[in-house]
Ligand binder design. Structure first.
Ligand code: SF4
Ligand code: SF4
Length: 57
């Protein structure tokens, strides 16, 4: 199960990318994306997001 970022809520703070233990979150400018092939589904990023922009798909 992969997690997904709601781009409408994301403020591009970078906390999620810093928190991911496997580096599955990348940024292209201010657009943050979770690579579903790398995501373990641990949920750590969701807990780190101040905007609650990350949820399970
Ligand atoms: S759920 Fe875990 S593995 Fe997946 S992107 Fe978030 S922190 Fe990384
Ligand atoms: S932690 Fe939340 S607000 Fe910050 S970059 Fe990640 S998804 Fe966007």
């Amino acid at each position: 199960m992969a997690y997904c970022i709601d781009k409408e809520l994301c403020i591009a703070c970078g906390a999620c990318a810093d928190s991911c233990p496997v580096g599955a979150i990348s940024a292209d400018g201010d657009v943050y994306t979770i690579n579903a092939d790398e995501c373990l589904g641990c949920g750590i990023c969701a807990g780190s997001c101040p905007q609650e922009a990350i949820s399970e798909e």
